[in-house]
Write a protein that binds this ligand. Structure first.
Ligand code: HEC
Length: 137
């Protein structure tokens, strides 16, 4: 059973992105989980560190309007996925200090620390933009 039969799995797993692996995990059986975990540790770690920063604690709030992956959930909210890191960081600083006086965003960002602000900007900047979920007016 183990001889040769799992080769296709190893091959495919090597080409999975982290997101695909995570999405598939609930439907996978333990053998696949082990393979994914092993490959994740040996191969995917550097890519993971570069592409997906840790999920910020405050992301839940932001996700209500901007989506967890930076694709807007409500009309009028901008997509943030893949936006330049320095631009996002600056925008958030401007909401925080009031230079950008948009009450909605000022309330959402609140008195956030520099470290948290940086995390949020990194998170959204690292996301890949997706096709629009709904047509824009
Ligand atoms: C209630 C909805 C709402 C929530 C919650 C919210 N935002 Fe926003 N956000 C907006 C809207 C609307 C704008 C556009 C404001 C403007 O015109 O400047 C915006 C603008 C932004 C921008 C500037 C984008 C650009 O292209 O200039 C960033 C960055 C941003 N939000 C990040 C966040 C983060 C991070 C959080 C969580 C802490 C968050 N937002 C929570 C609605 C929201």
């Amino acid at each position: 059973m183990r001889s040769g039969g799992w080769d296709w799995l190893l091959y495919r797993a090597g080409h999975w992105t982290l997101l695909e692996s995570v999405a598939l995990m609930p439907v996978c059986f333990p053998m696949q989980l082990l393979l994914i975990a092993a490959l994740g540790l040996t191969c995917a770690t550097p890519a993971l560190a570069a592409d997906l920063p840790p999920k910020p604690v405050r992301l839940g709030l932001c996700a209500a309007c901007h989506g967890e992956t930076g694709m807007a959930q409500i009309p009028g909210a901008p997509n943030l996925a893949g936006q330049r890191l320095d631009y996002l960081r600056k925008a958030l600083q401007e909401y925080r200090d009031g230079t950008r006086n948009v009450p909605l965003m000022r309330a959402a960002i609140g008195p956030v620390s520099d470290a948290e602000l940086d995390q949020l900007a990194r998170w959204y900047s690292a996301q890949a933009p997706q096709p629009q979920a709904h047509a824009q007016p």
